[in-house]
Design a protein around this ligand. Structure first.
Ligand code: PLP
Length: 393
């Protein structure tokens, strides 16, 4: 099997599992208890917090562990809307956010909030001028993702944060795809709130974090005990948190070499696909994109059909976004960058890990070429297009 769907989830690294194991067996104590057994768990949670913070230049007490990226996004948006209600009710985000942001915004609209969804350019980048124009006296939050999960485009978060701060508006970034993959420093990048998730950086599923800058005061969303300084109740997911910390530490150590390796293979595969497969459209910013993201529209076919043919060869990829599988709607991200619905349905996303070999990359390109030809031979649209263009070969 060749697993190339690392934007959907990543396999756990053996080191991460090794770090977690003792906390699922002998060190099972509840960190909130008073005896020595509990102390071991408590110290492990605090070590993980330190590692999670260090990866983005945060202070330990600015990290709050959650159940994952979705909870962190929900918490950030709902709690800011609530705590700044007397200042205003206007939120600025983008059209290409993950559904954890978009559907939370829809919910808040139902509660009376007004949301501006910024357009993006053909490469998926938001414009600072458009952002500046969208700011109003009653704007209480700007939430822009650091890196897009479908097309890999990186946003100018440092500049967005600087603009937000110059207007006294808190800045949240959904960094689930970026955390541990590209360098982020919450201080230099002017970030007040940041969401991350364990399973997108070779850690366990069901654990994430929200970074909350010290001077940002948020309310709680999960009420109960006094865990996480009273802001996120519930007995600690000790093994999950330890795994998150181990994954963050490992990601920090390996980031540079990993990104370099991924970029090398990414650029090689993009170049070959562009040269050897006709009628393809690269999605996302050609330069400023996640090191491991390859996204193309293969016109005149269905991305889902391509996915199934590749699956038969043991290659795991995604048709645009795993989150939209089963949904009949074309990807909102691809529509936002100007793809037609038909083009959007032809999308395929390949997200690499550093483990891919050159040989595997060649195998994937070969299978992709064969599958694209096979599907297009049967495509009535492709036949009609060729007749229109006078291509009879
Ligand atoms: C995966 C993902 C999420 C959701 O994270 P979970 O931990 O799966 O809830 C949110 N935002 C982005 C950009 C993602 O890629």
């Amino acid at each position: 099997m060749i697993y190339l769907d690392n934007a959907a989830t990543t396999p756990m690294k053996p080191e991460v599992l090794t770090a977690m194991m003792p906390y699922m067996t002998e060190y099972f104590g509840n960190p909130s208890s008073a005896y020595q057994l509990a102390q071991v768990s408590r110290e492990a949670v605090e070590k993980a917090r330190h590692r999670a913070a260090a990866l983005i230049g945060a202070e330990d007490d600015e990290i709050y562990f959650t159940s994952g990226g979705s909870e962190s996004d929900n918490w950030a948006l709902k709690a800011v809307a609530e705590s700044l209600r007397d200042r205003g009710n206007h939120i600025i985000t983008t059209r290409i956010e993950h559904h954890a942001i978009l559907n939370t915004c829809r919910y808040l609209e139902g509660q009376g909030a007004e949301v501006t969804y910024l357009e993006v350019d053909a490469w998926g980048r938001v414009s600072l001028e458009a952002l500046e124009r969208a700011i109003r006296p009653d704007t209480i939050l700007i939430s822009v993702m650091a890196a897009n999960n479908e097309i890999g485009t990186l946003q100018p978060i440092r500049e967005i944060g600087r603009l937000a701060h110059s207007r006294g508006i808190p800045f949240h970034t959904d960094a689930v795809q970026a955390y541990g993959h590209i360098p982020i420093n919450v201080k230099n990048d002017n970030i007040d709130l940041l969401s991350a998730s364990g399973h997108k950086l070779n850690g366990p599923k069901g654990v994430g974090m929200l970074y909350i800058r010290r001077d940002v005061k948020l309310g709680s969303m999960i009420h109960g005990g006094s865990q996480e300084r009273g802001l996120r109740a519930g007995t600690y997911n000790v093994p999950g948190i330890v795994g998150f910390g181990a994954a963050a530490a490992l990601a920090g150590k390996t980031m540079q070499a990993r990104a370099a390796r991924e970029m090398e293979i990414r650029n090689y595969m993009i170049r070959r696909i562009q040269r050897e497969i006709p009628f393809v459209l690269l999605n996302g910013d050609p330069g400023r994109r996640l090191p491991n993201n390859i996204s193309f529209c293969f016109r005149f076919l269905q991305g889902e059909a391509l996915l199934i043919l590749l699956d038969e060869e043991g290659i795991c990829v995604s048709g645009g976004s795993a989150c939209s599988t089963g949904s009949p709607d074309p990807s909102h991200v691809l529509l936002a960058i100007g793809r037609s619905p038909q083009e959007a349905y032809s999308a395929l996303r390949i997200t690499l890990s550093e483990d891919i070999t050159g040989q595997q990359a060649d195998f994937v390109v070969r299978e992709l070429k064969a599958a694209v030809s096979q599907l297009r031979r049967k495509s009535p649209e492709y036949g009609a297009f060729r007749r229109r263009k006078g291509i009879y070969r």
